[in-house]
Design a binder for this molecule. Structure first.
Ligand code: GLU
Length: 307
């Protein structure tokens, strides 16, 4: 397949959409991006790589990081982690409080904010220290992307520490239900640092290859997780990876995917490739508007959806 030709077609077809959507501004430092930046990268199982646009631009991965922290939590706690969070789509926005209240502080899934905060709390309990926990997550991502040059953006992390009251409310509510071991602010500081990790589309498309390959990286051989857990993570990406637009993403794109409010989306084509697209303007549900369309065009043009 001529992937470069397909990517170039996509790049030209999405250009009419640049006027639509809004860059996330509820984390003030996130809006300091070029609104019309675009990049799309594919990494295939043999390491060959195709891309268009600003594929060397490091952007804030935000909730894409939840895939990596959840993988680590599964490695650490196995099924026990599901005592503290569910595996159902929420049908609610990523930061909704209402559902958490009537479901007694148990988040619906690991990919909404409340779920990822519980995952972070569990990882801190395991690694005993917040800096060690953050470094374990970062080195896991470095291994998956086979790249040591990955770090986080302190300005974005601090911006979220100063503005993340809704996440503080979620964490405090879970603490009141006994589903958080540590102080909400301590957990959130590490969670915000993780969300502020910056990566390129190239690095991210490489980092999710383990999910296309039964849990191990086909190039380095690094075993990130078991085949069964990789299956579960992909299933959760399909059902919960795009918050209350997860059904729509499955309907239009048909791949396991995970978005972040920084404007990135990763997707996995089983046995074939990892994909990442970046465009910072978001739709109403907080997912990259052009990124979603670009992935829809990709599966339509290539027939590479799981359905
Ligand atoms: N750091 C963001 C938050 O917690 C992540 C949300 C997202 O990327 O969807 O609000």
């Amino acid at each position: 397949m001529d992937y470069i030709k397909i990517l170039k077609e996509i790049q030209s077809e999405i250009s009419s959409l640049y006027t639509k959507g809004e860059v996330a501004s509820y984390i003030p430092a996130l809006k300091d991006v070029k609104a019309d930046d675009f990049a799309m990268s594919l990494t295939l199982m043999d390491g060959s790589y195709y891309s268009v646009g600003s594929d060397d631009l490091k952007f804030s991965i935000q909730s894409i990081s939840k895939i990596f922290s959840f993988t680590l939590a599964l490695e650490t706690y196995s099924k026990k982690i599901y005592k503290r969070l569910g595996v159902e789509p929420s049908g609610d926005p990523y930061n909704s409080l209402a559902q958490l209240e009537y479901e007694n502080g148990i988040p619906r899934n690991p990919f909404i904010n409340a779920g990822a905060i519980v995952v972070m709390d569990a990882l801190i309990s395991n690694f005993k220290d917040t800096d060690i926990t953050f470094n374990e997550i970062l080195s896991f991502i470095k291994k998956l992307s086979d790249n040591k040059n990955i770090s986080y953006d302190q300005i974005i992390a601090e911006s979220e520490i100063h503005s993340g009251y809704r996440n503080l409310a979620l964490a405090s509510l879970m603490k009141s239900f006994g589903n958080l071991s540590h102080d909400p602010r301590t957990v959130l500081e590490t969670y915000f640092k993780m969300c502020a990790i910056k990566m390129t589309t190239k690095e991210l498309s490489r980092s999710v290859l383990y999910l296309a390959n039964d849990g191990f990286d086909p190039i380095s051989g690094f075993k990130a997780t078991s085949e069964q857990r990789a299956k579960r993570i992909n299933a959760l990406m399909i059902t919960c990876g795009h918050y209350d637009a997860s059904g729509e993403f499955a309907f239009n794109v048909g791949l396991p995917g995970k978005s972040g409010v920084g404007g990135g989306i990763v997707a996995v084509v089983p046995d074939k490739m990892g994909i990442c697209v970046y465009s910072p303007k978001l739709n109403k549900q907080g997912n990259s508007l052009i990124g979603t369309k670009a992935l829809e065009l990709f599966t339509t043009k290539t027939g590479l959806s799981i359905f």
